[in-house]
Design a protein around this ligand. Structure first.
Ligand SMILES: Cc1ccc(-c2c(C)sc(NC(=O)CCCC(=O)O)c2C(N)=O)cc1C
Length: 342
């Protein structure tokens, strides 16, 4: 890796014969007696998400706040392995803008994954609950953190494939961290040198269309450049305080509009330089998109010279009437559609 600051690459846990081997290698085993579950704060695919305390090793009287994912009892071995995959991936990373793994409980039930506690939860719900309440500089600071976390992951040759505001967590100090490492993936270097993923068992081939780059939708070409496209959508989500990208358009209409060159309009009061960054991330040709390293530098410059954030992008006209919009009796409730479309 030319110019990479990390010495090693991420290892896909699926390359291990025995998935338990990967967990042992990358995640610290914590004894359940060190953990106190205090409250359930949400539900996940495999069980509950809780808030709790972890006794600090060596000084049991000291406790830290943690978040805990539990695997619902009676889960199959496959569900257990898929559940623990997130820990095997997360445990390989160490960066201030990537969620920190404290460890796992695998030798007693329920099986648990323990991470740092992110007091303000997921970024999209946090912004919707605080519409209009932040200064532009605070929003840009959040974006800088997300870009920095993504730069680190791309240097580790990790392609996220599901970067969206819902998968970014916010702590009490407004620090944003990349989360949600559940999807399995395989990294294969190609002749172009760009790291691309050949398709592995990506949860039944479903993709979050409105966050995904055209080449990843069309022929599953997931790379750090397609993560940059998704980052552009996250920028739009943040500057829109959690507005849904493409509003209530159908996934098909999103794909057709993007193909015809349509791009999301500047959110209200969005600085022109930030809107230009979004457009750069949404270049059709993926090699024309900026790398995360340059995105971080661009955001750093804007933060250091706040005057560059004063000029507001034109057009805060209402969202354009979608030319393809046909009133639908019901709407597919999820962002995820299979390749064989709805
Ligand atoms: C492995 C992992 C990954 C993410 C989390 C996690 C969520 C899915 S949600 C949340 N924090 C909150 O929602 C705080 C909200 C406060 C409240 O509503 O009381 C976290 C987290 N890490 O804090 C958890 C784990 C274990």
């Amino acid at each position: 890796q030319v110019g990479s600051t990390t010495s090693r690459s991420y290892i896909d846990p699926h390359t291990y014969e025995d998935p338990n081997q990967a967990v042992k290698e990358f995640a610290r085993e914590i004894d359940a007696s060190y953990i106190t579950i205090e409250a359930i704060i949400g539900g996940g695919e495999f069980g509950d998400v809780c808030r709790g305390k972890l006794k600090v090793l060596g000084s049991p009287s000291v406790e830290v706040d943690v978040a805990i994912k539990t695997l619902k009892p009676g889960s199959s071995d496959k569900a257990r392995n898929d559940f623990l995959t997130e820990a095997s991936i997360m445990g390989q990373f160490e960066h201030p803008n990537v969620i920190f793994l404290q460890g796992v409980v695998t030798r007693s039930n329920p099986v648990m994954i323990i991470t740092e506690y992110m007091e303000n939860g997921s970024l999209d719900t946090f912004l919707r609950a605080n519409d209009g309440k932040f200064q532009v500089l605070q929003l840009v600071g959040m974006l800088r953190g997300i870009a920095s976390g993504m730069q680190y992951l791309s240097e580790m040759n990790y392609v996220h494939r599901d970067l969206a505001a819902r998968n970014v967590l916010v702590n009490a100090q407004l620090v944003c961290k990349i989360a949600d490492f559940g999807l399995s993936r395989e990294i294969e270097s190609t002749t172009e040198g760009a790291y691309t993923t050949r398709f592995s068992n990506f949860q039944g081939g479903k993709i979050p269309v409105r966050w995904t780059a055209p080449e990843a939708i069309a022929f599953r070409k997931f790379t750090s450049a397609s993560d940059v496209w998704s980052f552009g959508i996250v920028v739009w989500e943040v500057m829109s305080y959690g507005e849904r990208p493409y509003w209530n358009w159908s996934n098909q209409d999103v794909i057709k509009s993007i193909e015809k060159g349509y791009r999301l309009p500047a959110p209200m009061d969005c600085p022109e330089t930030i809107y230009q960054l979004m457009l750069d991330c949404w270049q059709k040709e993926r090699t024309h998109r900026p790398m995360f390293l340059s995105i971080v530098k661009t955001l750093d410059k804007l933060i250091r010279c706040p005057d560059t954030l004063r000029r507001i992008a034109q057009n805060s006209r209402p969202p354009p009437v979608n030319p393809y919009y046909v009133p639908v009796v019901f709407k597919c409730g999820s962002d995820w559609v299979s390749f064989h479309h709805e």
